[in-house]
Write a new protein. Structure first.
Length: 249
């Protein structure tokens, strides 16, 4: 597949922000910001559009400016596992920047989304000129490794109730907004997607959500989920294996 362009599914344009929404580039001087702007190509994707496919050649990385994206992977038996959710300021494709191989997962928008794309070679040159950004990228990759270690521990030793309770709390903390109905977790996922993110079956996700609703912990309205009792969910969730400031999901 060709490098990302308008024909690749996203409508291309220029915006005032070209990466400053990511903490990786915080504190850069004017000259460095101008360089960053010159490397960025801004793309707009509609809801449920695929940004890149699993196995597709990786040409660079993406910065999420607006909207939300899921990063997921297919198993050999055709099942899907959502690895994480990303919102504004987070990046996609950074793990393939150095090995020059293919994407090992696919990325799909969950709502209308604006992304900034930077090709690999210009970005690597930028890292050489700005080692503080390279160090932040290393820090981010280290956090990612810890996060996936935590998810492995959860999958090995925790039940579906604990995993789903922790997942709802994390989404509420990352994307949530207070409403009259409770804390809207801020992202609409189908029951199947919620199950894929928690690493449980769809049937189990539906059953556990029903139990949470009966206990007055959450309210359900279609694909929307409202947290009514955060303390009650925390008691179910227990201590977390993961402590990150970004990419919590």
């Amino acid at each position: 597949m060709a490098r990302p362009s308008t024909s690749a599914g996203g409508a291309e344009s220029r915006t005032a922000c070209c990466g400053e929404c990511s903490w990786l580039f915080a504190g850069l001087g004017r000259e460095a910001r101008e360089k960053l702007h010159s490397m960025c190509r801004t793309l707009h994707f509609e809801r449920h559009q695929v940004i890149f496919e699993e196995g597709e050649p990786a040409y660079g990385l993406y910065i999420v400016c607006e909207g939300k994206v899921k990063l997921a992977k297919h198993s050999l038996k055709g099942k899907k596992q959502i690895l994480k959710l990303l919102g504004p300021g987070e990046i996609l494709g950074e793990k393939t920047m150095f090995d020059r191989e293919v994407y090992t997962a696919y990325a799909e928008t969950l709502e209308d989304t604006t992304l900034h794309f930077i090709e690999r070679e210009p970005f690597l040159a930028f890292l050489r000129e700005h080692p503080e950004v390279a160090l932040r990228l290393i820090e981010k990759l280290s956090r990612e490794l810890k996060a996936f270690q935590g998810k492995l521990m959860e999958a090995s030793y925790e039940g579906s109730l604990e995993r789903l309770a922790r997942l709802l709390l994390m989404m509420g903390r990352r994307y949530g907004r207070e409403t009259e109905k409770g804390l809207d977790i801020g992202i609409q996922l189908s029951r199947q997607e919620l199950a894929e993110l928690a690493g449980i079956s769809t049937e189990t996700a539906i059953r556990v959500l029903g139990r949470m609703k009966e206990r007055g912990l959450v309210a359900l309205e279609g694909s929307k989920i409202y947290i009514l009792d955060r303390e009650g969910l925390r008691e179910l969730a227990g201590p977390s294996f993961i402590a990150l400031k970004e990419n919590l999901l």
